[in-house]
Design a protein around this ligand. Structure first.
Ligand SMILES: N[C@@H](CCC(=O)N[C@@H](CS)C(=O)NCC(=O)O)C(=O)O
Length: 213
């Protein structure tokens, strides 16, 4: 079978999602390291965002589309259930996380620390403080969501969990995120349990790259 190529930086949560999908299914892949807006990624994503993917004649961008393609193309445990209602639950949580939680927890909160924009080159305290109430609300929602089965959707480990764990990995490393995580006992238990999976450990990101010049 043709080689599966994942294109992007290993620090990206979205790149980690597609890599974890491969790992969960036991699908071999090659990671081509390419930053957002590089020529390699512009060739597959109209807005230059990572990840991209090539597999034979198939060229894709967007993590959900790539993960779905890999799940349907290759053998190995399904990360999106066949049952329509269960698949829709997975879709629902991927959508909630990508449209609400990623913008809050990664784009607004985490990147304030990683790429500080304060006047003195320090993280912008006001920007961080402003995002904390929304982040707390989202932790409360997650805590309730995983309290029943220890998974976001249904009874098993799915793309919904794969899609959230890389975000929690970063957030719990930051002071306010660590506090919120500690208070959310169900999320802590959920994270600790799934962070032990080989798919998570094998895709641990290196430190973030320096900002572009
Ligand atoms: N909806 C996209 C989002 C991808 C995305 O935002 N990737 C980030 C890195 S984590 C990126 O490339 N950012 C550069 C930019 O937005 O210009 C997906 O699910 O793949």
């Amino acid at each position: 079978m043709a080689k599966l190529e994942i294109i992007g930086i290993p620090q990206s949560t979205f790149v980690r999602v597609v890599r974890m999908t491969c790992e969960e299914k036991g699908v071999p892949y090659e990671l081509t390291v390419a930053r957002p807006h590089s020529a390699e990624i512009n060739a597959v994503h109209p807005f230059g965002k990572v990840p991209g993917m090539r597999h034979g004649d198939v060229e894709l961008c967007e993590s959900k589309a790539i993960a779905t393609y890999i799940d349907r193309t290759f053998d190995g445990p399904k990360v999106i259930p066949e049952d329509p209602a269960q698949a829709a639950q997975v879709e629902q949580w991927v959508s909630i996380v990508n449209t609400v939680m990623d913008p809050t927890m990664i784009r607004q909160y985490l990147l304030s620390y990683f790429f500080p924009k304060g006047a003195d080159g320090k993280p912008d305290r006001a920007a961080i403080d402003a995002v904390l109430p929304a982040m707390q609300q989202q932790f409360d929602i997650l805590d309730k969501a995983v309290s029943g089965t220890g998974h976001l959707a249904g009874n098993g480990f799915t793309l919904a969990d794969i899609n959230l764990l890389p975000i929690l990995f970063y957030v719990q490393k930051m002071p306010e995120g660590a506090e919120m995580m500690k208070k959310a006992g169900n999320v802590t238990a959920y994270y600790e349990r799934h962070a032990a999976r080989p798919s998570f450990k094998n895709t641990t990101p290196p430190p973030p790259p320096p900002p572009s010049q």
